[in-house]
Design a protein around this ligand. Structure first.
Ligand SMILES: [Zn+2]
Length: 356
């Protein structure tokens, strides 16, 4: 179908994956990972679903990847992300999966983290012709629109030179992801959770001439899974933003590459509607975390003695095979693989890989 090959897709290949999704009316899950278990589960799930996939790290996930005990937390966030990237570059090819590699929310205080990662991608690009990551995200939605756009443009100028894409945030996604986030007040009007199409146009006008970028636009989406009814999803905000940019610049339909944050717990009908308005990426973390944890919890509760004794104090039975981390970590991986089959189906991505 295309000349995109399995492995980490960057630059033109990444853009081809996005265009294929938008033209085909489907989107890809962007799954937050924290270690090799979750990475391998995503690769297994994508191979099984015959879909492309996006793997991403939050700053905390990257730190955990390098080890929570690593003494310098900033370096851990850099080294963990780099280590994960190398793991994915090697194994995505082996699994035969097309993977876009991202990092998640970085507010102003985390700009040095993104800069350090871009530095690693520059070095990798000099050696191999390819950056380590497909895209990073800057979430400067707490700043003024002008400052958000200015700082995003400066980062994109540097990234575009090595075929990297930038994800920006306009408006605020409710809830929080790893300490970057915003309060959702029950009963308040929460109008700050909805992006203004005029803001999207302003960002487009500055960023489009510089390089490739995507937009996390807020349409009432919230990180995490909460009681329904607190915030109303309004995907028509995405439609209106697309229409404004399209009409202003005389472009084809859905010119913006849109990202849906806080996909966990969302109604499949709203997901489908959002995908129709040019969403190519839906972030999922809370639901896959639970899918990993739940079967492990069941197993521990069902085998309590194996987690208290190496040998049963009454019968002398050895529990080595039961407490071996491979036994229960694998259950977590299985849970995540199964939950992701649902995510691929909800997004219309099953069987649609461009590198089949
Ligand atoms: Zn998010």
């Amino acid at each position: 179908m295309s000349d995109v090959r399995p492995g980490v897709v960057t630059g033109k290949a990444y853009q081809a994956v996005i265009e294929a999704a938008k033209a085909g009316g489907y989107a890809l899950p962007a799954v937050n990972v924290v270690g090799t278990d979750s990475v391998n589960a995503v690769l297994e799930a994508a191979a099984k679903a015959k879909s492309d996939v996006i793997i991403q790290l939050s700053n905390g996930g990257a730190q955990f990847y390098a080890g929570k005990g690593y003494p310098d937390s900033f370096q851990a966030k850099v080294l963990g992300a780099v280590s994960c990237a190398h793991h994915v570059h090697l194994l995505a090819q082996a699994y035969g999966v097309c993977v876009a590699l991202h990092t998640d929310h970085a507010d102003k205080s985390l700009i040095p983290w993104v800069e350090a990662l871009v530095g690693h991608s520059e070095a990798h690009h000099a050696k191999t012709g390819q950056p380590l990551f497909s895209s990073h995200m800057l979430d400067l939605s707490e700043l003024s629109l002008a400052e958000n756009i200015e700082l995003s443009a400066a980062m994109l100028r540097r990234m575009a030179k090595i075929d990297m894409s930038l994800e920006i945030e306009l408006g605020v996604t409710g809830g929080e992801e790893d300490g970057v986030g915003h309060e959702v007040e029950e009963g308040a009007d929460n109008s700050h959770l909805y992006t203004q199409p005029a803001d999207v146009l302003q960002a487009y006008d500055v960023l489009a001439p510089i390089g490739h970028f995507s937009v996390a636009a807020s349409f009432g989406n919230v990180h995490g899974v909460y009681k329904p009814g607190n915030v109303k999803l309004r995907p028509e905000i995405l439609k209106n933003s697309q229409a404004l940019v399209q009409q202003t610049h005389g472009l084809a339909e859905n010119p913006l590459h849109l990202v849906f944050h806080g996909g966990s717990g969302s109604d499949p009908a709203k997901i489908e509607e959002a995908v129709g308005y040019g969403v190519f990426k839906m972030n999922i973390d809370t639901d896959t975390q639970f899918a990993f944890a739940e079967p492990i919890g069941k197993y521990v509760l069902g085998n309590p003695r194996a987690f208290q004794y190496q040998l049963d104090p009454d019968t002398g039975k050895p529990y080595k095979k039961d407490y071996d981390p491979r036994k229960w970590l694998r259950l977590g991986e299985d849970g995540m693989v199964a939950r992701l089959q649902q995510a691929f189906a909800d997004l219309g991505a099953t069987g649609r890989s461009v590198c089949l």
